[in-house]
Design a protein around this ligand. Structure first.
Ligand SMILES: Cc1cc2nc3c(=O)[nH]c(=O)nc-3n(C[C@H](O)[C@H](O)[C@H](O)COP(=O)(O)O)c2cc1C
Ligand code: SF4
Length: 596
């Protein structure tokens, strides 16, 4: 994407529709580097939303701000894979060169530097965003160039184009990717073929193929589409979940970049099957660089009669798609939070049931599917259920795209038939001396080497696609620390077990990491993980303790070697903290120390 065109390519929503609040805010943030009070007041009167509520929305999304960010707003990706590639040294390097403190705006307003959750560039990190546009493959030389460009106040549009180059990095194809390998651009014939079977027939084929959702939960796609179609409604919606916030996952990014036509074919197939006339792609804010490309693909399809009215010459089949941008909130990948966000609100998960298939966007029946699911659905209709079932296992038909990163020679996208062992994946991507693999992201499972014969499948290790490799030089506690910080930051704060629990876990792991923890703290870790797992309101809080639970079970030694031989030691050294007071008062005797 041309950095000069960012603001002009964000859709300008029409006045009066409160569901467009978030899109207005994203555009204003991009234009002014913050949301001025005047804009809040104007939006409040034009959309009829109280100003306090608008401020609440701004406060919720980490990419929106009520005070100005730097003209060049730099956010380093804070994923564990970025750390493994040396991102922390590069942050220090850049902040020293620019004379700015992490988390603050430089006095002259020119630049701000901070961190953000995983930007989905794990195979080509370390990565950062500048004014939300990704720059990857960071090294000291690139950091030096960035510092110079900022000091010389060079417009982003004039920064070297190769900085913004994002590779596809597909390393291995199986049936899904190779079925699309020769597909280029829009194909009217393909859409005609997709729309020729009756909707009931489409549902039967998807059912027979056994397609399950690729976003992580693995729900049967045919059941979801059928329930939505069978619910009486004024309007039904098709929503593509392109939020891809799970640390270590980047396969949707590659699919959106390379196979956008096939995604839109899948969404159009769904609309035809469930009788919907409106669709949305919820694109994570970190993938802003894809916006222009996706809008161009949508327009091309409208121009060819493959989207909008009387699609493919079918009188009365009207369906169009808008793109909504997220604004830096991992919880918005959860489907009910995503719908709230799509309605312009804070991304707080809804109570379920009712599920989105009956009460979704604007309380109407809504199908929410992952990018890979829509693409797989369209390829199944084109090639048949048998073609799909030819790969995979009985309970997990077809293939899965894995986003492979961490300690291996060839990170990238690998497509495998379900049932493939972890050992084979490790061999293919050139991993050596592997200590552990983290599968399914921060909330996933930590697999030790004695379990490498287990397989990727819904009945064994289920994953949305993240596959991070750690070799034996790594300290897995670094990973646990990174993930507990991630969850404490990303908890939406709605329910107490997750809001407080994720923060307590983070503090306890920090204490352990610093070598101050005792057995009491390990017991506390165990106690909090159970409370969070059993009482959190949504999947984020219920799975946030997973990195701790998994490593306590599979790698107890990383805890044991950190634990002091005391039962309890405070994390905060009060006596040391009083040193400044002793210096000021010149009082150094035993009475000026805390008695141990
Ligand atoms: C905290 C959280 C984050 C999630 N993030 C994503 C995501 O980024 N992408 C995604 O497709 N599904 C995500 N999901 C799963 C969705 O809620 C939903 O199950 C999925 O979009 C359904 O699509 P599928 O059936 O095609 O997998 C997330 C779930 C939770 C609990
Ligand atoms: S579990 Fe966490 S993310 Fe989910 S509703 Fe509660 S606070 Fe929000």
């Amino acid at each position: 994407m041309d950095p000069g065109k960012i603001t002009s390519s964000i859709q300008l929503p029409g006045p009066g529709d409160s569901t467009l609040l978030l899109q207005h805010l994203v555009r204003i943030q991009a234009e002014f580097n913050y949301i001025p009070d005047k804009a809040v007041a104007d939006l409040s009167s034009s959309l009829g939303i109280p100003a306090a509520e608008i401020r609440g929305v701004i406060d919720f999304y980490s990419f929106l701000h009520l005070t100005p960010r730097g003209k060049y707003d730099i956010l380093f990706s804070d994923s564990i894979t970025d750390h493994m590639l040396g991102s922390r040294e590069l942050i220090t390097d850049l902040t020293e060169k620019l004379g700015v403190t992490v988390g603050e705006v430089r006095g002259d307003g020119r630049v701000s530097v901070d961190t953000t959750s995983c930007t989905g560039m794990c195979e080509q990190g370390p990565a950062l965003l500048v004014n939300r546009l990704a720059i990857n493959h960071l090294d000291q030389q690139r950091i030096e160039q960035i510092a110079r460009l900022i000091e010389e106040d060079v417009d982003l549009a004039d920064w070297p184009k190769e900085f913004f180059q994002i590779d596809d990095s597909i390393q291995r194809q199986d049936i899904l990717l190779s079925s699309m390998a020769s597909a280029t651009g829009a194909s009217p014939d393909t859409l005609t073929t997709l729309l020729s079977p009756e909707p009931d027939n489409v549902l039967d084929i998807l059912q027979d193929a056994g397609l399950r959702g690729r976003g992580g939960a693995g729900f049967m796609t045919a059941i979801k589409w059928r329930s939505c179609r069978d619910t009486a409604a004024e309007q039904r919606y098709v929503v593509c979940n392109a939020d891809e916030g799970e640390p270590g996952t980047f396969k949707d990014r590659v699919l959106l970049q390379r196979y956008a036509h096939q995604l839109i074919e899948g969404m159009t197939l769904c609309a035809h099957t469930i009788n919907a006339s409106k669709g949305y792609i919820y694109l994570r804010g970190e993938y802003l660089y894809l916006l222009e490309h996706l809008q161009a693909v949508l327009q091309e399809r409208r121009d060819l009669g493959l989207l909008a009215n009387n699609i493919s010459g079918k009188a009365g089949f009207d369906f169009d798609i808008d793109i909504h941008l997220g604004a830096g909130a991992y919880i918005c990948g959860e489907e009910s939070a995503l719908i709230e966000s799509l309605e312009g609100k804070r991304g707080i998960p809804r109570k379920r049931p009712p599920f989105p298939v009956t009460h979704g966007y604007k309380n109407q029946p809504t199908v929410v599917n992952n990018v890979e699911t829509f693409i797989a659905a369209s390829q199944i209709i084109l090639h048949g259920a048998e073609w799909f079932k030819g790969a995979g296992t009985e309970q997990s038909s077809g293939t899965k795209l894995l986003s492979i990163s961490g300690d291996c020679e060839r990170p990238g996208i690998y497509e495998y038939a379900f049932g493939t062992s972890i050992r084979q994946v490790l061999g293919d991507c050139g991993a050596h001396d592997t200590l552990a693999v983290q599968i399914a992201g921060a909330a996933g499972v930590t697999i030790p080497s004695e379990q490498f014969d287990r397989s990727i499948a819904f009945e064994d290790i289920s994953t949305g696609g993240s596959f991070i490799i750690f070799n034996s030089d790594r300290n897995l506690l670094d990973m646990v620390q990174n993930f507990t910080h991630f969850f404490a930051h990303e908890s939406c704060g709605f329910c107490t077990p997750c809001r407080v629990g994720s923060s307590l876990l983070k503090d306890l792991i920090d204490k352990l990491h610093a070598g101050h923890a005792g057995h009491y703290d390990i017991n506390e870790l165990n106690r909090i993980t159970i409370i969070m797992r059993d009482t959190s309101f949504c999947g984020l809080g219920a799975t946030a303790p997973n990195p701790v639970i998994q490593t306590l079970t599979n790698f107890p030694e990383i805890y044991e070697r950190q634990v002091q031989h005391t039962d309890y030691e405070p994390a905060f050294d009060l006596d040391a903290a009083l040193e400044e007071a002793r210096q000021v008062t010149h009082c150094f005797g035993p009475e000026a120390h805390i008695k141990s």
